[in-house]
Design a protein around this ligand. Sequence first.
Ligand code: NI
Length: 135
Amino acid sequence: MIYLTKRFTFAASHVLRNPSFSNEQNLETYGKCSWDNGHGHNYTLEVTVKGEVPEATGMIIDLKELKSTVNKKLVDKLDHKHLNYDVDFLRGVIPTAENIALKVWDELQKFLPEDMLYEIKLWETENNWVVYRGQ
Ligand code: NI
């Protein structure tokens, strides 16, 4: 089995608030990430797919194809957007790195070949990232 990773980047803003919390609870839970007007991050998303290497091509997936599909169907929906308001698949979700990763995984599963997605890694800053490998 071979694992292949492609890196994508996008810039987006968000605010972390639970609507059922008081202002004080939100501030206590999310700190300055709860401030009303939001703030931005330069996110990095690493998508790792897995597969056996076919003899004929020597490639488990066409990288050009992977790049254009993920950009068109996922990254373009996130880039230069406000994650609390602008992204259909994040509606009603507190856009922490954890939640974004869970939803991104579901989106990728919709268009990547079955059983191919192995792992996603979402970097919110160079010091914070989350890893998800499905259930
Ligand atoms: Ni933030």
